[in-house]
Design a protein around this ligand. Structure first.
Ligand SMILES: C[S@@+](CC[C@H](N)C(=O)[O-])C[C@H]1O[C@@H](n2cnc3c(N)ncnc32)[C@H](O)[C@@H]1O
Length: 327
């Protein structure tokens, strides 16, 4: 049943007759050990079962957004909160099996809330070289009367080898407004002036305060309950893979990783157990055939929150006046 939505609501959903159409594009019974059969596909199945069949040493970048340890309904399935020991065993199991499919040069990112971070971090440390922990200030969160509102998530960054891995720092710079413009000999020092303000392209830190959770008026939004923003996934993919590389997401949900990989010229394999989300992912992948936009990422840089109007202004006519590349 298609929900009635407000006029400006841009949520991607499936009409009654679209479910079968899009789901038929997913892989359900291919020879999973043959890379050519699974590259650039959404595989409908259980992550562990599928991973065991994928070819060894084939993946350049692993992005994992596992179910957090909460009672949560994903489509037809209710994920039940486990004890800490059970969640540790679940984490240990998928990490152990996914190791086999990674290239030695691969990077790994795993999303967590504060509670699962306490479990996932140590397990990652046992298997990989943990390089960093990103804190994403996601802003939105349910108010709590007897505790602090939960408004951040962790993203662990690990690699197979301690030193040999891809990190394209110039591809993930942040364009920020300059608060205190400093000049040397009357000229801006490492920033540029424009009619739209003064800007500097800065090195990305491990604190991300520029990304909002997808909401109803964003073109990427779906009804998936825990959809990640394309902008967030774009940072991870741009930093830690190169065009043509293969990105694996074993808990694909609404398809964000596959969609962003496609938009950024990477290959992907997505695994998701819910048929409805697989179909949504395929619909989003079709939209990406003609729309490569990633909200918040224009001109090869990431912009601060709520700067869409500014980005559009620069795009429509002011381009060229602001060229910070090479700063
Ligand atoms: C946190 S969500 C991922 C959301 C995703 N990052 C997105 O942007 O939409 C986790 C997903 O894993 C799926 N899932 C849970 N257990 C799974 C399993 N054993 N195999 C495959 N998918 C599973 C759930 O259905 C859910 O869609």
């Amino acid at each position: 049943m298609v929900k009635q939505r407000a006029e400006r609501n841009r949520t991607i959903s499936l009409a009654d007759d679209e479910m079968g159409f899009y789901f038929s594009r997913c892989v359900c019974d291919a020879t999973l050990s043959d890379l050519s059969c699974v590259t650039d596909t959404v595989i409908c199945g259980d992550a562990l079962n599928v991973i065991r069949q994928l070819p060894a040493a084939s993946v350049d970048l692993l992005l994992v957004d596992p179910p957090y340890n909460l009672n949560k309904t994903f489509g037809a399935t209710k994920f039940k909160q486990m004890s800490a020991d059970e969640y540790t065993a679940f984490t240990e199991e998928w990490i152990t099996s996914v190791k086999r499919v990674l290239k030695t040069t691969a990077s790994i990112y795993v999303c967590c809330d504060w509670r699962t971070s306490l479990i996932i971090g140590p397990v990652l440390m046992n298997h990989f070289n943990v390089q960093n922990r990103i804190t994403w200030q996601r802003e939105k969160g349910r108010g709590a009367t007897h505790n602090w509102k939960n408004a951040m998530e962790d993203i662990w960054f690990a690699t197979v080898l301690p030193k040999t891995f891809t990190f394209n720092v110039d591809d993930v710079k942040m364009r920020r407004k300059v608060i205190a413009p400093y000049k040397v000999d009357g000229k801006p020092k490492d920033w540029v002036e424009s009619d739209c303000g003064n800007f500097r392209d800065t090195f990305p830190s491990n604190f991300w305060d520029d990304i909002s959770i997808p909401y109803w008026s964003m073109p990427e939004n779906t009804d998936h309950p825990t959809q990640k923003p394309e902008k967030l996934i774009a940072k991870l993919i741009l930093a830690s893979s190169n065009p043509g590389d293969l990105v694996l997401d074993p808990f694909l949900g609404s398809g964000t990783t596959a969609v962003v990989a496609k938009k950024l010229n990477r290959h992907y394999i997505g695994i998701e157990c819910e048929r409805e989300y697989c179909a949504i992912a395929e619909k989003r992948l079709e939209i990406a055939d003609t729309d490569l936009e990633i909200q918040g990422y224009t001109d090869g840089v990431f912009w601060e929150r709520n700067t869409l109007a500014l980005q559009q202004k620069l795009k429509s006519g002011m381009q060229g006046q602001l060229n910070l590349v090479g700063l």
